[in-house]
Design a protein around this ligand. Sequence first.
Ligand code: UD1
Ligand code: UDP
Length: 382
Amino acid sequence: MATPPVPALRPAAARAARACVLTVVGARPNFVKTAPLLAALRERLPDARHVLVHTGQHYDRLMSDVFLEELRVPEPDYWLDVGSGSHAGQTARAMERLEPVMERERPDLVIVPGDVNSTLAAALVAAKLELRLAHLEAGLRSFDRTMPEEINRIVADELAEVLLLHSHEAIDNLRAEGIEDRRMWLVGNTMIDSLVAAEERFRGAQTCRRLGLRPGGYLLVTLHRPALVDGPLLPAVMRELGALARELPVVFPVHPRTRSRLGAPAPPRGVLLADPLGYVDFLSLEADAAAVLTDSGGVQEETTYLGVPCFTLRDSTERPVTVRLGTNRLLGLDPGAIAEILPALERFERPEAPPPLWDGRAAERAATVVERVLRLDRARAA
Ligand code: UD1
Ligand code: UDP
């Protein structure tokens, strides 16, 4: 596929005079993590150029545009239309299309969030162009290299000079890989910033009532990891959800990967399958749920902040703080364990407080770090 045209170069003099920060996003969780940082950077560095690149890894309206709108993300300067594909195909296409953009913009700093293939592609391109790289949400580890995200995180952390950490455990994870403390900045969790900013909107939304459910009277489900949905486990999950739904209704907004594996069979009685939900509606359902069943990274965090019981259908988590606090329980990669959810709910204790620095101000701290890095850089160059 041909590389899409990119907008014309800005005059070199103008580029040199102003600092430039280029941020790359591509998939649903990226938008949630990055929105508060983009806003904080624009406020903190009003004279800088802020360039936003959307790789197009996620492209359905319900996986992309709805988040840009609800999170008030500025219109991306570049849309790269990378789309779906194999890991190598998708990553390579993203790299091919990112390279001319970064070459033309020559940013002072490239920021990549999270752990998706767009993150990996952007980190590699920035490193090869010798551009300074910052990784937002650095240092998470599941210690399971069969997860594509784990590979992406390791590479992004290794290449980034500025590591923006979202919780304390990242420090030990990075040190164990030989990464120096001077690259680490513990700023907190920007995904929680987005949640805090949306609180008034989702608390009033009552999305469950629109779906015929009552607050506290349903299990919310979201599943999309290849290990769970690409193999033979998904039909067993649906059977177990059907059994649980005899006692507690289930609502399951289905990720497109999962939808393509499920096909279109009638769901079990009591299980409501829906399209992926917009951010505010999903947070509203999360906040009002009796419990959440998930394999999502972000949902483990949000339920911890909200104090809602979360059950994670995976063998590992890169967010162990959620388990330590008691909101999140790892069920293992075992559909049969879904039967443990209802009895476990009786023993659930709400934690007193979210993890440190999950306070709605992480983006502010990250913007302070970026400002400092840019100032030092420019002072050195002068
Ligand atoms: C990706 C990330 C994963 C993240 C998830 C968030 C990688 C390796 N994986 O997984 O870490 O947790 O996003 O949701 O980057 N599809 C659509 N429409 C879309 C997007 C995808 O139909 O807008 C379908 C396509 O069939 C595609 C499949 O979903 O092949 C998977 O999409 P992809 O972006 O490759 O991975 P995700 O499973 O979404
Ligand atoms: N989310 C959403 N609608 C949905 C499912 C998830 O708005 O139907 C939000 C959720 O609140 C969280 C983010 O998407 O902010 C998590 O993204 P996802 O689970 O796709 O990715 P992961 O966190 O696993 O990488």
